[in-house]
Design a protein around this ligand. Structure first.
Ligand code: URA
Length: 256
């Protein structure tokens, strides 16, 4: 018997030969992402981890939801690596913190600030969280081919949605002193956006000798407001699905 991935509920023989996984956070986004790539089949759904296999003329991929945050993402990457996957693209949503980034724009992360709270179990904090240049190249080329607005730069991955991203629309409105003013500071340091998983992916992938990249659709610009724009989510998901399917195709056909 081959390896059995406990959390993903996947057997090695079900995914043999598949090298590339797309990693959304939400299980309900898996089928949309898979169908943008080609014909698809659901393989497993255990806890937050839904796995869908998709196929087109360029090859086969997996789409695996990781749940919210770095700890569950690290479990998915660990188990997928043991199943033979070595290329990872995170596809998610984010809040922009620089002026001039519009809702619906796409952010491709070159590197990430490690406030994710999980990557320090893999490497000490001075270790950088950076994408693999080939994955960045494929995402960039896909955005250009499809003519979608994108930004390239540094992402801040926070372990929490509220205090770590300095949101005051909370139960008490209180934020500990070490995080007060942090959004302005990251903005001054050129960070583009907040999300919750990229730094974990980049760090874990590097440490394990795997390749990773990440792209996120902008749900809100924090210079303008706090709440995400619910009604824009579907449009942003469609755009992300198209771009990531194209990037996956470029990677599989070696054209990135
Ligand atoms: N995801 C986040 O982590 N932050 C946002 O502002 C939007 C999506």
């Amino acid at each position: 018997m081959g390896y059995y991935a406990y959390h993903l509920a996947l057997k090695e023989e079900e995914v043999r030969g598949i090298k590339l996984a797309l990693l959304p956070g939400a299980p309900e986004r898996c089928c949309k992402l898979a169908s943008a790539f080609g014909s698809f089949e659901e393989l497993a759904f255990h806890r937050e981890f839904k796995t869908v296999k998709a196929e087109n003329e360029s090859g086969k991929i997996l789409v695996v939801s990781t749940g919210i945050g770095g700890s569950s993402l690290s479990i998915a990457v660990e188990e997928l690596a043991q199943l033979g996957v070595n290329l990872f693209l995170r596809v998610g949503t984010c809040g922009a913190i620089q002026e001039g980034i519009a809702v619906g724009d796409l952010v491709i992360s070159e590197g990430a600030v490690r406030m994710d709270g999980a990557s320090d179990h893999y490497a000490p904090l001075p270790y950088p969280a950076c994408a693999h240049w080939e994955m960045v190249g494929a995402l960039k080329k896909a955005c250009e081919l499809l003519k979608y607005r994108y930004h390239l730069g540094i992402t801040c991955s926070s372990a929490t949605f509220y205090p770590g991203q300095e949101r005051y629309d909370t139960f008490t409105g209180y934020i500990i002193s070490s995080l007060r003013g942090s959004r302005e500071e990251w903005k001054r340091l050129g960070v583009l956006n907040y999300e919750m998983e990229v730094a974990t992916l980049f760090t874990v992938a590097r440490v394990l000798g795997l390749r990773s990249g990440a792209i996120c659709g902008v749900l809100v610009n924090r210079n303008e407001k706090e709440e995400v724009e619910e009604e824009k989510i579907e449009e942003i998901e469609d755009r992300l699905s198209e771009v990531v399917a194209k990037a996956a195709q470029l990677i599989l056909s070696g054209e990135e």
